[in-house]
Design a protein. Structure first.
Length: 74
């Protein structure tokens, strides 16, 4: 019984780690959809390195924090 409970608790603990992660393009598309839903017509959303994002508006990250998603209106 103890082994069954231990196995079940380990499976539940590992479930988030086993979940499929979203790609940068998927996250970018979700951000763009939210921006469009707010009525913004002209904007750019780009995926850049953390060094490139220092002086830009960061609206997300991907690849485990290795890439940043930046936004510019206009």
């Amino acid at each position: 019984m103890f082994r069954l409970l231990l196995a079940a608790s380990l499976a539940l603990a590992m479930a988030p780690a086993l979940a499929q992660k979203k790609s940068c393009d998927q996250i970018k598309a979700e951000i763009e959809a939210k921006i469009k839903a707010k009525g913004v017509k002209t904007y750019t959303v780009d995926i850049v390195s953390p060094e490139e994002a220092k002086d830009k508006t960061v609206v997300g990250s991907c690849d485990g924090g290795a890439r940043r998603i930046v936004y510019k209106r206009g």
